[in-house]
Design a protein around this ligand. Structure first.
Ligand code: PEP
Ligand code: MG
Length: 562
């Protein structure tokens, strides 16, 4: 008998395949636990050596079979597992009466701490040591190794949620789809699934009961998981398998009638920007500068900042690059800027607001952006995150002017800025809507909470009304209309992209991998058509109704399997 589970579809596609569950994380053994009764030091040392050798051999074999990033990650881990010093120090602990699990745990801890102390590249290797340690302990316990399961047969990966490190070895040729019981539409799982083009569903509650070998139908379009699928699901999966391949992005986004909708990329570094330029992006709509600062205890120097920004500008000479100033706080804490004891960090001193609590950092960042801009031919625009009032917009514009930056703008992420868009936009040259945050603040639903994923949906009609209010406000500025773009994840959803253009959004900025799908669907409607479709979404009473009403108008979504 079929059984259904409802979640939130975050990456389109319909597939059927067997379940492989993400193994449970390895729990630490008790500190200095003694040898098991009746087991000699020699026997325990031999058991440890065998487990270590088995882990090293397994990793070596997998790294030889893998390619790209996954091969590099596996090779580094295999090298670490073959390292004699780790085994030697663990064996010494066994000789002093500690059991194998505790010995390897403790020995690896010491090595990881040493590596961390060395900093830089060596500190990054500490993660490999800890990964190897978990694998050896799993081997000793006879339980599955942590990380993405190994399987010759393609499978649907089911997990509570995935950590960034898990996804590094995720091979889209073996993983058919992702299903998580936790996580939201902005979770790491959702972002990685979209970037790999894998069907994915998050916040699918109840799916923790699924076990290895269960056969699942995963519908990443409407967010349904079906155990033991029947003929209807078979037909849907088959239709998806025979979808028409998406044409490559031509490098010029437009509707059917030629109405231009520039398609830009969201990037976090120079190498990201190069990949986006190669994918045809018409510029950068969001440079998340905090990515140059994350993991830092201190503010990066002027030179470091100039070179990080210039690397992005150089990839887009002659095109527009929108730089967002530091967005620290909430899910992106920075020790030198944010207060981690705030009771409610998403509503706290974050984004532009940190200029009030730690003055100087923003001024210095603007100067670095200006210097990098002067040394390049990119058309550099600069915007601040989390602007809530016209006064903040005016203050930011003045700071940009002082730094020598000519095109200041704001992100509209807080409902107050959307409602007062005319007054806010009057202070600056443009606005860009951050739909991830605008959704969380409109719906009062923490974007990191899987339990609230259904509320955290940019298809919520209330969010769409605020997007319209922002576009209308930008168009109504007395001194001349201000362009309004979107740079949140909503822009990467091809059906929603049509709605956004119909609401008056001028440019869309997204993960570069979404460009072909968004471009292909925009090409199927003209401007009056997009406006009519947007009205259907505005009139809906729920996110699902809005999505369904719009999808019915866009048959090409099914043709392309989107
Ligand atoms: C957003 O909020 O939509 C956005 C683009 O910013 P971030 O996701 O980095 O908060
Ligand atoms: Mg944001």
């Amino acid at each position: 008998m079929s059984e259904s589970f409802a979640g939130v579809g975050v990456s389109a596609g319909r597939v059927i395949g067997p379940v492989r569950r993400m193994p449970d994380p390895i729990i630490a053994p008790a500190d200095g636990a003694p040898l098991p009764a009746g087991v000699s030091i020699e026997e325990e040392s031999a058991r440890l050596a065998q487990a270590t050798a088995a882990v090293a051999a397994g990793l070596k074999e997998r790294s030889a079979a893998a390619t790209g990033d996954a091969a590099a990650v596996l090779k580094a881990t295999a090298l670490m597992a073959s390292d004699r010093t780790l085994l030697k120090s663990a064996t010494k602990l066994v000789a002093s009466g500690t059991n194998a699990e505790s010995a390897i745990w403790e020995a690896a801890e010491a090595v990881a701490m040493q590596l961390t102390g060395l900093g830089g590249y060596m500190a990054e290797r500490a993660t490999d040591v800890l990964d190897v340690r978990s694998r050896i302990v799993a081997q000793l316990r006879g339980v599955p190794a942590p990380g993405i399961p190994d399987s010759d047969e393609p499978f649907v990966l089911c997990a509570v949620d995935l950590a960034p490190a898990d996804t590094a070895t995720l091979d889209p040729a073996r993983v058919l789809a992702l299903v998580t019981s936790d996580g939201g539409p902005q979770s790491h799982t959702a972002i990685i699934a979209r970037s790999l083009g894998l069907p994915a569903i998050v916040a699918a509650s109840g799916t923790t009961v699924l076990s290895d070998g269960d056969i699942l139908f995963v519908d990443g379009i409407d967010g349904t998981v079906v155990r033991a699928p029947g003929a209807e699901e078979e037909a849907l999966a088959q239709a998806y398998a025979s979808r028409v391949a998406l044409p490559e992005f031509s490098g010029s986004g437009a509707l059917k009638d030629g109405y231009a909708v520039p398609l830009l990329a969201n990037v976090g570094s120079g190498s990201d920007a190069q990949a986006a330029a190669a994918a045809g992006a018409q510029g950068v709509g969001l440079l998340r500068t905090e990515f140059c600062f994350l993991g830092r205890d201190t503010e990066p120097s002027h030179e470091e900042q100039v070179s990080a920004y210039k690397a992005v500008f150089d990839a887009f000479g002659g095109s527009k690059v929108v730089v967002r100033t530091l967005d620290a706080g909430a899910d992106k804490p920075l020790p030198f800027l944010t207060d981690d004891s705030e009771p409610n960090p998403a509503l706290g001193v974050r984004g532009y607001r940190t200029d009030g609590s730690v003055p100087g950092v923003l001024d210095r960042q603007l100067k670095a952006i200006a210097q990098a801009a002067n040394g390049s031919d990119a058309d550099v625009w600069t915007m601040a995150p989390m602007i809530s009032t016209p006064a903040e917009a005016a203050a930011f514009a003045a700071m940009c002017k002082d730094a020598g930056l000519k095109t200041p703008g704001v992100m509209v992420e807080v409902p107050s800025a959307a409602l007062l868009a005319r007054q806010v936009c009057a202070e600056v040259d443009f606005a860009s809507i951050g739909t991830n945050d605008l959704t969380q603040y409109t719906m009062a639903a923490d974007r990191q909470l899987g339990a609230l994923a259904a509320l955290n949906d940019p298809w919520q009609p209330a969010v769409l009304h605020l997007i319209k209010a922002t576009c209308d406000g930008g168009a109504a500025v007395e001194s001349g209309p201000r362009p309004v773009g979107v740079c949140g994840e909503a822009a990467a959803d091809p059906a929603l992209a049509v709605v956004l253009v119909g609401l008056g959004v001028a440019t869309l900025s997204m993960n570069r991998r979404a460009l072909p799908a968004v471009a292909a669907i925009l090409k199927t409607v003209d401007l009056p058509g997009a406006q009519r479709i947007a009205q259907l979404a505005l009139n809906a009473a729920s996110a699902d109704d809005a999505r369904n009403a719009v999808r019915n108008e866009l048959p090409e979504l099914d043709i392309f399997g989107l």
